[in-house]
Design a protein around this ligand. Sequence first.
Ligand SMILES: [Zn+2]
Length: 627
Amino acid sequence: MNLIQGFLEGLRPIPDLTVDEWADQFRYLSSVSSAEPGRWRTDRVPYMREIFRKLSPSDPCQRIVFMKGVQISGTEAALNCVGAYIDIAPSPIMYVMPTVDMAKQLSKKRLFHLINESPTLKDKVIDSNRREGSSTLLEKNFPGGVLFLTGANSASGLRSNPVKVLLLDEVDAYPLSIDDEGSPIRLAEKRTTTFSDKKIFLLSTPTSSGSSVISAELAETDERVYKVPCPHCEHKQELKFENLKWDKGDFASAKYACEGCGAMIEEKHKTQMLLNGEWEPTRPEMSIPLVAGYRINSLYSPLGWMSWEQIAEQFIKDKDDPILLRTFINTVLGEPWEDRGDAPDWENLYARREQYELNKPNNSVELITVGVDIQAGKDSRIELEVVGWCRDKTSYSLDYRTFYGDTATPDGSAWKQLEEVVNEKWYRPDGIELPMMMMAVDSGNHTQTVYNWCRKQPPTKVIPVKGREQQATIISKPSNVDVSFNGKSYGKMKMWNVGVGVAKSELYARLRLTVDDEGKLPSGYCHFPEYPIEFFKGITAEELKHRTHHGFRKLYWEKVYERNEPLDTRVYARAAAAIVGIDRFNDQHWDNLLGRYKVRQSNGSVPVKQEPTKPKRKKSSGFWDGY
Ligand SMILES: [Zn+2]
């Protein structure tokens, strides 16, 4: 039987076209789908040629790992692979996006264009409109094969039929584990085990080093970088961000300093440099047969896509904000962000305490939020921090309070004291009255008591929150929770999930900020009054650790000092500020906020007159802008 099958397969001509040759001959891009319509040209992205060769049916390579910056060509390259296999080596193919919704989007837009704009594909892929039932949005039939599209969030999608070609796109956005079956990547890979000539293509921009799948996968390869020759001295080198130079404030002057001769290379030479580049392994000792790993940053982005000028400008814009800087490093440099696991030194923070009066915000403070932690049990108490926020996210700790008393029932004295904080006001020297704008109350302990107490407060000022370590944003869409107390139901209320891991990472990055070269405090700097030593040990009480989970490194926070309430209360006060909108506020938003505050007339000082203007809002306004 096998002999006959082998004989029959032998009759089928092994297609000798490579993916890049196929794309250069048969792939067309229309003006609808591309800024550069016309025939696909691999020469536009010469660094992709070797990757296309490895992906080609005639090449024995089975596993190709590609970690990249933005504006490099990732999904388009994967689509070339899809097109080539449909056309010249039909087989079962699976394309996995982070979610099923994203897979549908890919199918409706980019895959639709790939099929309809490439004449040889158009006739092969059976049109779902023409032959109902044979093709759907997530399943495309063609002679000799089928293309499945699915999301890494769908275990059933990943468990479908055997596939020979597996494309795993944006893997760093995949969930770590689904339905207790472990990594979606491993689950998808099981589909390929029956094929001895399988192809697995993993591609992504990276995220944090501890949890980045693509960087972990790349670490198992010989990690190739693209070396390009200097137009002046021919020295072949990898383009690195640290060699990009520009005159202060003049991003258009950005040039590349050659590592060989020191000459400044103008970007206009890039096209020629890319054409003459070649991949070179950085760790040849890690070379494994049938596996190839590649990494490339956005400095290589072809002329007309992302320029060196844009990269320089983006860097200056992002460098002082730990969260924006992290995004820059991930998306532009195509490198994982190194999460610093260790906590900032509490000794340093203690040593730099400032002499300012508690509850006396200065004139730069424009928003006050409160983070509340509820402690149950023997030392039952409420702890809270009052935080004053400035326009540039600089913060002033205005007070740290502990209310002792029973927290199990909402009638306890501690809750009464907390209620007073809801209506508290603070005054700046210029007379502006700052109200308590938003209070976030942890609902981890005495959950129903917290809900019940919050229910009686103004919902625009007090919200229950729940910490979620793995959530990637500081706040996510609120969920509706049932409120019931003493057997009585009080209906539903909104509970907000807080990404405590990302908030702690941001706080630690800000606690590490120091005065810059010009003696100025950077934006985001955290000011503290003369609190006792326990506060500073508390706000640095946890460290980020790694552990391996289903073959992947996973990050988690571990207490290194027992009394971590100051860290929790700060995280919740930060979440409250995020809910007010601090992360999407522009100057107009801030001016508006300031314009709404009352001014204390008896103060004697001249009140600041603020003219409220209507801030420009995106169509869907609300708390979710920018998330
Ligand atoms: Zn040179």
